[in-house]
Design a protein around this ligand. Structure first.
Ligand SMILES: Cc1cc2nc3c(=O)[nH]c(=O)nc-3n(C[C@H](O)[C@H](O)[C@H](O)COP(=O)(O)OP(=O)(O)OC[C@H]3O[C@@H](n4cnc5c(N)ncnc54)[C@H](O)[C@@H]3O)c2cc1C
Length: 498
């Protein structure tokens, strides 16, 4: 019987392991962390309150439900999702607040009130474009093992290709938004979707507008936090017979240029000729100790990294601004933010601030009188392996964050006393070889979605999954990547047809 070793228990590793186990393959999954889920994790603030400290926005629920259904299980028996009415609340000042909804008509009316009827019409056109783009790219790109421009054009045909040209597929997201909206604030709002792939709206391709459609299809909260989705995946993996080892893989072993197994931090060896690597692709080199396989791995420039983040967590009281579950506070100098990060490698002086109000219910309500858990995130440069943020830089950064919130009317009761902070350095320690970059390589340039590593590495027997490989970052995409890696591996074993 074939044994496969999966290195890493992020969503890409877990989904690969489940898919393989469903097909009768013996799987050993290795991850040193106490909880599986990788970037999906919790942290504790100084008062002992636990937070989701990784992903908070759950989209494309079907990707997870389908994985359970393929395993003859019902996801609802493992974890409870709640679809949010308000996708996100966006604020520029106390008088400039825009909610977007999963209900298209409600969003249309909100944009009309916030901006103008003309912009609401532009918004409707943009939403339709995003929707069509998603349906064109879902099968031909996202769920395809190694998408290639020519094959994709063939699959979508003349009409599809014409549509991609009309959608401005060769321009940057920002260029597209400049043509679409007159209102700078709407450009900012939709440009921010580039950051979901750790990228700058000025460099990301306009095709990333499809993320708006992904959100329109639904944003969910998970009872007990996103960590419960990771726990559900782990439970499913165990039920399907996956063996889980709490170890770190120190080396991918090889002989004569062929994979032969892994060496763990406790000295144990597991022999296998099939491995799925779920760590960051930028870190793969460090496990390929033998130069005969190492030289087959393509050179990976550590300069080409996606965004990192600074996150702040606090349990506190708020006033002056009614928070929804997901809230975004915008500054006026949006372009400067990306120039600070990608060109100057510094923490932005005027960052956009995302707040997940983790105790808010679907209608935005909160148990009266209770303190609430807030998770704040700003974008930061991915240089956690060679730069440190000094105490004074952090103080300046926090002052800038809280002054923006106050400008928008949100008062946070004595936050500094209780802050629990993560920086690019923290993320680099948690995800080695990344510098704290959270999304693999940035999606910069219209060709970049086609240049991500795909399921099959250049080394025979070594497969790749996770947010740093195709189809890209985010929980649903990492989950799809795991399934694609399992599929490629089973094809090579002759268990399924190519
Ligand atoms: C702060 C933050 C906010 C985010 N927000 C969102 C969001 O709202 N919505 C969304 O969809 N996505 C979000 N993301 C992105 C999303 O979390 C990731 O794209 C996704 O979780 C990546 O999954 P992965 O499969 O690549 O594995 P990862 O989560 O990267 O996990 C990889 C695992 O591999 C293990 N590993 C690595 N090397 C080894 C080794 N040598 N031996 C053993 N184990 C190893 C690690 O311990 C880790 O557990 C966010 C990420 C962060 C950090």
């Amino acid at each position: 019987m074939t044994k496969v070793v999966v290195i890493g228990g992020g969503f890409g590793g877990l989904s690969a392991a489940i898919e393989l186990a469903n097909n009768g393959i013996e799987v050993d999954l290795i991850d040193p962390k106490d909880e599986l889920g990788g970037k999906v994790a919790t942290a504790e603030d100084k008062n002992g309150n636990r937070f989701d400290c990784g992903p908070t926005v759950v989209t494309l629920k079907d990707v997870f439900s389908n994985l359970f259904a393929k395993s003859n299980e019902n996801i609802d028996e493992y974890v409870k999702f709640n679809k949010l009415d308000v996708i996100a609340r966006h604020a520029w000042s106390p008088d400039e607040i825009l909610d977007l909804f999963s209900d298209k008509q409600k969003s249309f009316e909100a944009v009309a009130r916030f901006s103008s009827i003309a912009e609401a019409k532009n918004f409707r056109e943009f939403s339709t474009l995003a929707q069509e783009l998603f349906s064109v790219l879902e099968k031909t790109y996202m769920k395809c093992q190694k998408p290639n421009m020519l094959r994709m054009v063939k699959a979508i045909g003349f009409r599809g290709s014409k549509f991609l040209l009309q959608a401005g597929a060769f321009s940057s997201l920002w260029e597209k938004l400049e043509r679409q909206f007159k209102d700078e604030r709407l450009r900012q709002l939709f440009g921010r979707y580039a950051t979901y792939c750790g990228s700058s709206p000025w460099e990301a391709p306009s095709t990333l507008m499809l993320i708006w459609d992904v959100e329109m299809q639904g944003v969910w909260s998970v009872d007990g936090g996103v960590i419960n989705l990771a726990r559900a995946l782990k439970k499913l993996a165990i039920k399907k017979g996956v063996n889980i080892y709490k170890n770190f893989c120190e080396e991918i072993l090889s002989y004569n240029g062929k994979i032969t197994g892994v060496r763990l931090n406790n000295g144990d060896h597991i022999l296998t000729d099939k491995i799925i690597f779920n760590g960051d692709f930028g870190d793969l080199d460090s496990y390929l100790v033998n130069h005969r396989i190492r030289k087959k791995n393509p050179y990976y420039s550590r300069k080409n990294r996606s965004l990192s983040a600074i996150t702040l967590m606090t349990t506190t009281k708020t006033a002056g601004f009614k928070l929804s579950r997901h809230n975004i506070f915008f500054n006026s100098s949006y372009r400067q933010e990306f120039s600070d990060i990608f060109k100057k490698g510094k923490v932005p002086s005027e960052p956009t601030v995302y707040i997940c109000a983790q105790d808010r219910l679907n209608d935005g309500s909160l148990t009266p009188g209770k303190d609430e858990r807030l998770f704040l995130l700003i974008n930061a440069p991915p240089n956690g392996d060679f730069a440190t943020i000094s105490k004074s830089e952090m103080e300046t950064c926090q002052a800038s964050v809280f002054s923006l919130l106050e400008k928008c009317g949100l008062k946070i009761d004595e936050p500094k006393r209780e802050l629990c902070t993560m920086t690019p350095q923290t993320f680099h320690t948690r995800f080695p070889g990344t510098g704290g970059a959270l999304y693999g390589r940035p999606t910069h340039g219209w060709l970049s979605p086609f240049t991500r590593p795909s399921s099959r590495s250049k080394i025979s027997g070594l497969y790749l999954s996770g947010g740093s490989v195709h189809p890209g970052p985010g929980l649903p995409m990492a989950t799809i990547s795991g399934q694609l890696a399992a599929e490629a591996l089973m094809e090579d074993l002759g268990l399924i047809n190519q």
